[in-house]
Write a protein that binds this ligand. Structure first.
Ligand code: ANZ
Length: 964
């Protein structure tokens, strides 16, 4: 389920430029430091041998050679990520650094940050996955350092079609494929250094997990929210199986291209419609993208209107067609009715003369999806039923048509068509020569309704009848609608009605690889839930996953499983052979992460109350509707039965953009083989296309042009990554080539997190260089003899004001930008800091340390390594995240060092124009400084405005206290 990514609207073709003075580094001449020990057994490195210039010991030079040898794999490394990354990953794993204990201090604030868990496909991770995962990881790491209890889990949405299709093709059990794919995904994720609590890993296919999915189903059943109904499915007679929507392409099966028809079958349905209003209302309080909320609102599609009845003419029985309309004001303009082809009344009213045509039309329509039928651009089709109905407003007989632009599943499956005021009806009426009667005039003026439908509100015309006594002429559309509803209710011809587009959720699949539905059918064919004590109802083993050919699901083949005993009567019974859809397991997994091993309850109440709701939920925009809506529905049911304490599961949802393949530059040649500018290329000429390598292209204004001929404009294109285009970038390759920190940093640096962006190898080069610069800043450069010189870190010195300012500007920016999920600009701030730091003669340890902590959420491996080399013996994962001191951000003030007897004892923040008197007063009030001043007499003050205050005090004579 969580795999497909749809393009988002804005696209960044190029990563943001590096700061202008960003130097280029010759990658092959960078140091490769000593890490041999880390390869064999993990032991914390002492800082001394690498930072103090003593790196050239035996093991160091040996390892240097080893690293050099490492280049034989064709990879040039700007710093030894290939050694430090596995080392820290092993450390985090062995020490369970990111484990969120079961028993936690609940007085601390919590932060639950969740990724939409992936479907572990056979293809493994692609570079789109780490985009969201890196963002959530940065947030998780930040909050840990800020003192929060953090829940940051990962799991697998592992039931589903691909594993089953693979099983049909190869005979490999889906369980085997799933385990293999999960193992691959897990190891790929670990390679990227994400701080998941792997002890909480779950898979929707684990029996101990789906036991609770089945339990939820039983609760739904108990409350009448799960029921069975005959519903049309995609039936492929040639394959003898029901197909999922994604297996049907243009009306034929994806496999084999056989015709697929819509056929009613017994299905399980979930009554999500009972929650429509709450699903709509509660959206208002969520911190979600407005576009996602709007999509959910549209999907729920609440509309207000009326149902009204039209009596069928010329039929002996007293048949009435009930229509649903959102424009009761237009009743006088209804010149025909339309029934959906699947409408139940159709066979009763159709005339003998028209029956054959109607039957044929019905058959064709049964092969179309609702989407195809309602596409606005599609030409409207229909047939006359041969029958008429009376418009109750004016007593006029109007024809009843059958047309597939009306859906059986919406409203009443029938409409009053008002061609003057509805574009679909207008198109249909023109095509079939049906009268068009305008009944609404725009505010100022009139229109030619044959020309075009007017669907706006206005003033009513042609809307009065002495037969019915209804007169709405001159009223506004809104008032007219109310008046018509009053009249309908008074005359018994109809009533006010609220409608929803939302349909009940079809909750059954004719598939093997899904959760069994925990019900049986007794010998009278009645459905009974199995007892909760019997859960989990595990999937039976099967060797043959091919369809049964009868439309019955593959589980029907597991006879010894299917045939069971009815516990109430002792008679024979059969198990349900449909399974749950893939959406089921993903509807509630976020709850299980709070308490993944609980065998007595879906989730412990106390834990749920602490961790709910998910604070930040990150995933693709393609899940804006179904997954999020289904999960919200289940959550509300669980809320109603007291299992969860919040009305909504996900307080904040963020959609990451998608990563498109590398930009392709295309040039055009005319028939003579000459290059021509893209702006002169047209459809009529004979032009050929050719791909141009990036190094021959430059940007000129809004366009890309040939470097050696700026008059030749090129076309820049980026495509969604796909195997068939050959533009897929595999994260494993990137990690090998640049390291995980570079990949993480690059994905965050590519552009705004929510926007779509294109992959660029030169872009990743840039961030890799940045990391190498940080490395060299702290660790140092190699000396000519291959030994290592110390870095610029000054272990003793105090930071200067300028350095503190620079650091705090960086802290301020990085913190603000992470909080706002503007990760890319946070990185720019760190680049600026590094540039400044390179210009400093000495780099005080306290400054470097703070910077490393800032960097750590983004590039955790390098940060841990540098932290350890600076003498720390524990991970930095729980070190306090640097806090900004606003004093260092203010430009009108200065930080004045205060010396007491020539020794700097602290600083005070003062206005640049501060006088000696004021400075002295502030120093006396400062808690740190006052202890050096209190009780002492001041001999002298030396004050350099804006620079320093030196206070010479007379030391009080030491008094010896005799001890008796
Ligand atoms: C008369 C009319 C006049 C309409 C007019 C519209 C404009 P929403 O807002 O989507 O709820 N309709 C009703 N049932 C339908 C069905 N099963 N399939 C296709 N169309 C259907 O739209 C409701 C409007 O869509 C209804 O109002 C009906 O057309 C049409 F000037 O009725 B109306």
């Amino acid at each position: 389920m969580f795999t497909q990514i749809q393009p988002a609207p804005r696209i960044h073709f190029l990563p943001p430029p590096l700061p202008p003075d960003y130097p280029l580094l010759r990658r092959h001449c960078t140091p490769l430091l000593n890490h041999r020990r880390s390869r064999t057994s993990f032991r914390r490195l002492r800082v001394s041998n690498c930072l103090n210039g003593e790196g050239g010991n035996a093991s160091c030079s040996q390892e240097s050679e080893e690293s050099t040898a490492g280049r034989e794999d064709g990879v040039r490394r700007a710093y030894p990520y290939h050694e430090i990354e596995p080392k820290w990953q092993r450390y985090w794993e062995e020490t369970k650094t990111f484990r969120t204990p079961d028993e936690i201090d609940m007085s601390k604030p919590k932060f639950y940050v969740l990724d939409m868990f992936p479907y572990p496909s056979g293809a493994g991770l692609h570079v789109g996955h780490p985009l969201g995962y890196t963002a959530t990881d940065i947030l998780a790491r930040l909050r840990r350092m800020q003192g929060f209890n953090v829940l940051h889990p990962m799991g697998w949405d592992a039931f589903g079609l691909p594993a089953e299709q693979y099983a049909i093709e190869t005979g490999t059990h889906p369980k085997v494929t799933t385990i293999k794919n999960i193992d691959r995904f897990r190891s790929q994720l670990k390679l990227l250094g994400f701080s998941y609590d792997w002890d909480r890993e779950i898979s929707t296919t684990d029996t101990e997990y789906y036991k609770w999915t089945q339990w939820i189903f039983l609760q739904l059943l108990k409350r009448g929210l799960a029921y069975q109904a005959e519903v049309p499915v995609n039936w492929c007679p040639a394959l003898g199986t029901v197909l999922a929507n994604e297996e049907v392409v243009d009306g034929v099966s994806e496999r084999g291209g056989h015709p697929v028809i819509r056929k009613p079958m017994r299905q399980w349905m979930l009554k999500i419609t009972a929650y429509a209003d709450r699903l709509l209302e509660d959206l208002n309080d969520l911190d979600w993208p407005e576009s996602v909320k709007e999509m959910q609102r549209n999907w729920i599609g609440r509309s207000e209107g009326a149902e009204m009845q039209f009596s069928v003419v010329d039929i002996e029985s007293d048949l009435k067609v009930t229509v649903y309309t959102t424009r009761p004001d237009t009743i006088f303009g209804a010149t025909y009715l339309v029934l959906a082809p699947e409408h139940v009344l159709l066979s009763a009213i159709v005339s003998d003369a028209q029956r054959k045509d109607v039957e044929e039309y019905r058959e064709v329509a049964s092969r179309k999806s609702d989407l195809e039928r309602t596409e606005l651009q599609k030409e409207k089709t229909g047939v006359f039923s041969g029958c008429y109905a009376t418009n109750p407003a004016n007593g006029v007989s109007i024809p009843i048509w059958v047309a597939d632009y009306v859906l059986g599943s919406y409203g009443t499956g029938a409409i009053m068509a008002v061609p003057a005021h509805d574009t679909r009806d207008h198109e249909f009426a023109l095509k079939y020569n049906i009268p068009i009667c305008g009944v609404v005039n725009p505010e100022n003026g009139s229109l030619d309704y044959f020309e075009k439908a007017f669907s706006g509100d206005g003033t009513m015309i042609n809307s009065s009848s002495t037969t019915s006594g209804l007169d709405i002429n001159g009223l506004s559309s809104k008032d007219a609608a109310s008046r018509v509803i009053e009249w309908l209710e008074k005359t018994g011809n109809g009533m006010k009605k609220v409608n929803y587009k939302l349909r009940d959720w079809l909750f059954a699949r004719q598939r093997y690889w899904g959760e069994p539905i925990p019900v049986i059918f007794n010998d009278r064919g009645e459905c009974e839930p199995i007892s909760e004590a019997e859960l989990p109802l595990t999937l039976p083993e099967l060797d043959d996953f091919t369809p049964t050919g009868t439309g019955e699901p593959p589980l029907a083949k597991a006879l010894s499983w299917v045939e069971t005993i009815d516990p109430t009567t002792g008679g024979s019974a059969r198990r349900e052979t449909n399974t749950m859809p893939q959406w089921a397991g993903s509807c509630w997994y976020y709850l299980r992460f709070m308490d993944p091993k609980n065998s007595n309850a879906l989730v412990d109440k106390e834990k749920e109350m602490y961790w709910s709701p998910v604070d930040v939920y990150v995933g693709g925009a393609e899940h804006a509707v179904l997954h999020l809506l289904y999960a919200r529905f289940w959550h509300k049911v669980l809320y109603d039965i007291g299992v969860v304490s919040t009305k909504e599961p996900f307080q904040c949802v963020i959609n990451q953009g998608i990563i498109l393949g590398e930009v392709q530059y295309l040039a055009f040649r005319d028939s003579d083989g000459n290059l021509v500018s893209a702006d002169v290329v047209n459809d009529t000429g004979n032009f050929s296309q050719e791909s141009i390598p990036e190094e021959k292209v430059v940007k000129s204004g809004d366009y890309f042009v040939m470097k050696d001929n700026p008059n030749i404009r090129l076309i820049a294109r980026a495509h969604k990554m796909s195997k068939s285009r050959g533009n897929v970038v595999n994260p494993d390759d990137v990690v090998l080539q640049y390291g995980a920190d570079s990949l993480r940093l690059y994905e965050m640096f590519m552009g705004p997190f929510r926007d779509s962006k294109t992959w660029s190898t030169s872009g990743i080069d840039g961030v890799h260089r940045f990391l190498a610069r940080v490395w060299r800043l702290v660790v140092g450069l190699p000396s000519a003899d291959g030994k290592f010189k110390s870095g610029t870190v000054d272990f003793e010195g105090e930071p200067s004001i300028e350095q503190l300012r620079c650091l705090h500007r960086c802290i301020n920016k990085v913190t603000e930008e992470i909080e706002a999920t503007r990760f890319n600009t946070g990185i720019s701030a760190m680049m600026e800091f590094t540039n400044a730091a390179y210009k400093w003669e000495k780099l005080p340890k306290s400054i470097v340390e703070e910077f490393i902590l800032l960097l750590s959420p983004y590039a955790p491996h390098m940060a841990e390594e540098l932290w350890s080399r600076l003498g720390h013996s524990t991970s930095l994962a729980y070190e306090p995240f640097p806090k900004v001191n606003p004093a260092y951000l203010k430009e009108s003030t200065v930080i004045l060092p205060v010396q007491i007897n020539g020794k700097t004892r602290g600083t005070i923040q003062v206005e640049k124009t501060c006088t000696e008197e004021d400075a002295f007063e502030l120093a006396s009030l400062d808690s740190k400084l006052s202890k050096f001043l209190s009780g002492k007499s001041i001999k002298k003050r030396i004050f350099v405005p804006g620079k320093i205050l030196n206070i010479i005090v007379l030391e009080a004579p030491k008094v010896k206290v005799s001890q008796r």
